[in-house]
Design a binder for this molecule. Sequence first.
Ligand code: 0WD
Length: 254
Amino acid sequence: AGLLNGKKGLVTGVANNLSISWAIAQIAKEHGADLAFTYQGEILEKRVTPLAEEVGCDFIVPCDVTDEKSLDTIFEVVKKKWGKLDFLVHSIAFADRNELKGRYIDTTLPNFLNSMNISCYSLTALAKRAEPLMKDGGKIVTLTYYGAQKVVPNYNVMGLAKAALEASVKYLASDMGVNNIRINAISAGPIKTLASSGINDFKSMLSMHENTAPLRKNTTQRDVAGAALYLLSDLSSRVTGEIHYVDCGFNTTI
Ligand code: 0WD
């Protein structure tokens, strides 16, 4: 079954083979999608290129979401190559690891603004540019975490960025609904990746989830990818502005 047959999708946030967006790309490919990947900087280009090749893709473009020109270029390239876009995966977050520990109150203004820009505003910046290319309607998925809703030790400024990201999903859904563009967030349980390794004592987050979540397991990249496939396909045709938990039920218990 090809739930995304012939659909054109732009996937951001692949850093390596553990990235959540890589699992989403793989399942999208299995379901017939044509993909383009963005990479941040030369080091990641070397990692993303072979991964893209694995899914038969040679369409990779640089993207640093703090550089608006690089964002414009991505969509110019997509327009030239495809003339349209069907879906977008936003899987980007950043905070200075020195502030992913200790007290939130110690967050500095530069790190606060940078975390908000990269982890939250980037979704709006990408959605704004994707919208005109989503002529036949479109789907956007972003990744969030429960630290947006409740205090999670060490998550700190990322919790605020995710709270604003979740609110963005609702406002963007409202703005873009008339153009038949749906946008939803997946709130994933903790998964060991490059980004999560920056969080102090991430191991405790993993074991807490495993010990208290109803399913008594941790979430995997593939679990998140399955939900993303649903949200990126017509199976979820009347779903927009949602925060969908893929966390073994953890959020229901605390
Ligand atoms: O437990 C987890 N891993 C969870 C992650 C639980 C719930 C949500 N998430 C979210 C993250 O907050 C993020 O939004 O999922 C998303 C993807 O994260 P990931 O797959 O866990 O991490 P990773 O593979 O590191 O991908 C995030 C990537 C960056 O990687 P690094 O580690 O190099 O910062 O976001 C990209 C970059 O590729 N990124 C940027 N892309 C463009 N411009 C930028 C930037 N300025 N900064 C980071």
